[in-house]
Write a protein that binds this ligand. Structure first.
Ligand code: ZN
Length: 674
């Protein structure tokens, strides 16, 4: 259980609110003068059963203990969590001093790297000794604009100059070594790491310099590329070269092309193929893939055929069983990739480059040919099958064909999608001349003895709580209502975190609905914090919403920058909501919009818009439920209820509920008939 849930479960909303206003018992609930607005008759209600509160008066807001205290004290979520945790005796691992120190340290290193990048760039442009570097850049066909955009630089043939420059800027030797710009040898001498090389700054997805790749000029120099050492900022498993420049194009084309080298990326961008990034010489990691999955549906690997890594991987397939799970040094791991295709629902494809050519050469010689090549990329599973069965023909022995098939099966069935698994087996059957049924049997026997590591679809659904969905307003009779998981809220928030700009479209839909009935004014307004019953979700939504009203940062980066520390874990959980579940909520955009396009009287709804209607529906249910509570308990006198616009509100909610229900029914009914 997360700290937030732990604290929340130990709190009693009645105790919490009593600290701020005098509560008066009213049936099963409590009423009070609203602490957030001036009033003479109480319109503020606390519901112990659901551990929630609501002001039925001027504020019209509600929530849980967290957002009550946030509002009452004016604290942010982190402060509130800290204080409430203290109150109930839950210990929060202190990130204060240690994390702040780390933060300061990384900012300092960042500044060193920025200064170094500036220095190198300036030297490339102006230093007489950098002529060799300038010639090199011209020979590689890189334009002045590209040099500037990627901030290429030159490190002089000198052991001290960079070090001295940085020391003059007030940085200590230790810091400069820590930043990876200088090296301390066994004797304790400190000297420049990069000497007489073309230096390429490596930036994270937000464009901050986190390290360098430095290329030697001599053909036989070893190493050809010298990278920054792994460190606080430079983590190869997290980085993709060029992502900061490529992000927009990747999002627009929903496609990312992954190449091997820095030069390939620069050449591609220069030629207008802006959706190209490079892996950092290691196997693609899950972190990198998830990062790309935010922007792209299709991932194309452009692999150099004579690259040692690929050959090693393909050889490795012969002993696939032993290498399963082993950490390979290959540049990509087909088994992992095939699994991800299913897991991330990503279309992963491979382009094989002509022998001896890399994207750099290819693009320079003939950009159109590159474009055509990328267009002909084949699915990763197909690629693996082709490569591994290349030596087989119809006359190969059955034994030989069986061996290849048995080696490939565990890889080809590693996907979580049945459709893909069957497709892969079909395709393999054709290439090894063994019928599908036999292949299927071999697979099942294998699968039966394997312990299952990945959760089944059913388990995933339970994880996301979608199948156990209850209207939050009803609460659960058993257990503490404060523990409701609010699955629709999780789902919508997770979808928004993935793509914040979905919000605007969903709000437009609500507005369209609103125009159909003049009487449903407030209850069909734009999505807001009040659509979420949990304080932590409200706080996350708040940051998400703000991210859309600025244009300095990518909304997602803004969210991560401005999110209160205490919510980081919660956001990770939401982002990790099993992709299967999230994707099921989002059928392929085309089919969703296709069948809704023709819906009479209703303009097309995307899947998120439908999910957000369901979210609004449950909020209305929740608030109606609260109003009914009050009516049943009838502890409020008739005129009091009128004062709170009780009847008016009830009418408004009922009409809005009807409108949403009808719309959802239309959509669903239509979808069923298609
Ligand atoms: Zn109020």
């Amino acid at each position: 259980m997360s700290v937030i849930d732990d604290v929340k479960n130990r709190l009693d909303i009645v105790d919490v609110v009593s600290g701020y206003t005098t509560l008066q018992k009213a049936g099963r609930n409590y009423k009070a003068l609203c602490p957030f607005h001036q009033e003479k008759t109480p319109s503020f209600v606390v519901f112990p059963e659901t551990q929630t509160w609501r002001c039925f008066g001027a504020c019209g807001e509600g929530g849980d203990a967290f957002n009550f205290v946030m509002k009452a004290e004016g604290w942010d979520f982190s402060e509130t969590l800290r204080e409430l945790a203290k109150r109930v005796g839950v210990e929060i691992t202190p990130f204060s001093s240690e994390q702040t120190q780390r933060q300061e340290e990384s900012e300092r290193l960042q500044a060193i790297l920025d200064e170094t990048a500036r220095l190198f760039h300036d030297q490339l442009l102006n230093l007489p000794a950098a002529q060799v570097a300038r010639d090199y850049v011209v020979n590689r066909g890189l334009s002045a604009e590209t040099v500037a955009a990627f901030m290429l630089g030159y490190a002089p043939d000198d052991y001290r100059s960079t070090l001295q420059h940085l020391q003059m800027h007030g940085y200590s030797q230790d810091e400069i070594v820590e930043a990876g710009v200088a090296i301390r040898n066994d004797k304790g001498n400190v000297y420049d790491r990069f000497r007489h090389r073309l230096v390429i700054p490596i930036r994270d997805s937000r464009g901050r310099t986190v390290g360098f790749g430095a290329r030697a000029f001599a053909k036989d120099a070893v190493p050809k590329y010298l990278n920054s050492p792994q460190g606080l900022l430079f983590d190869k498993s997290q980085l993709l070269f060029g992502l900061d420049m490529a992000r927009r194009a990747i999002r627009e084309t929903e496609t990312v092309v992954i190449v091997e080298g820095y030069m390939d990326v620069m050449q591609a961008h220069q030629a207008g193929f802006a959706n190209v990034v490079a892996q950092m010489g290691t196997a693609l990691t899950e972190t990198q893939l998830k990062q790309l999955d935010r922007y792209a549906n299709r991932l194309i690997l452009a692999l150099d055929p004579d690259m040692a890594g690929v050959n090693a991987t393909m050889r490795g397939l012969n002993v696939a069983q032993q290498t399963l799970g082993a950490d390979q040094q290959a540049s990509f791991d087909p088994r992992g990739m095939i699994r991800y295709t299913g897991m991330l629902n990503m279309d992963i494809r491979v382009v094989t480059l002509p022998d001896g050519q890399d994207p750099d050469d290819l693009i320079r010689e003939n950009p159109a040919a590159w474009e055509a090549l990328v267009g002909r990329a084949i699915p990763i599973a197909e690629y693996v099958i082709q490569q591994s069965t290349a030596s087989l023909n119809r006359h190969s022995s059955y034994h030989e064909r069986e061996r290849v098939a048995r080696d490939l099966l565990p890889i080809l069935t590693a996907t979580e999608s049945d459709l893909q698994r069957n497709g892969n087996i079909q395709s393999l059957a054709r290439r090894v001349w063994i019928d599908e049924k036999t292949l299927m049997q071999w697979t099942q026997r294998r699968r039966a003895i394997q312990t299952r590591a990945v959760p089944t679809v059913h388990e995933q659904r339970q994880l996301a709580g979608r199948s156990s969905y209850n209207h939050p307003g009803r609460g659960s009779k058993s257990g503490k209502p404060g523990q409701t998981t609010a699955p629709q809220e999780s789902l919508c928030l997770s979808l928004l975190l993935e793509q914040p700009d979905r919000l605007a479209a969903a709000n437009r839909k609500l507005r369209e609905l609103q125009t159909q009935d003049a009487h449903v004014n407030p209850s069909l307004g734009p999505l807001g914090t009040q659509d979420f019953s949990r304080g932590d979700y409200q706080a996350i939504f708040d940051v998400l919403e703000r991210s859309l009203y600025q244009d300095e940062l990518d909304p997602l980066d803004y969210v991560f920058d401005y999110l209160p520390h205490a919510l980081a874990e919660r956001v990770d959980q939401l982002l990790a909501l099993p992709h299967e579940v999230v994707r099921r909520a989002l059928p392929p955009q085309d089919s969703a919009t296709a069948y809704l396009r023709t819906l009479p009287g209703v303009t097309q709804f995307t899947s998120f818009e439908i999910e957000s209607l369901i979210l609004r529906q449950s909020r209305i249910e929740r608030e109606l439920q609260e109003l009914y509570f009050l009516q049943q308990d009838s502890q409020f006198e008739e005129n009091e209820l009128t004062d709170y616009h009780y009847q008016e509100r009830l009418r408004d909610y009922s009409r809005a509920r009807r409108l949403i229900t009808l719309t959802l029914r239309d959509i669903r009914g239509y979808a069923r008939n298609v």
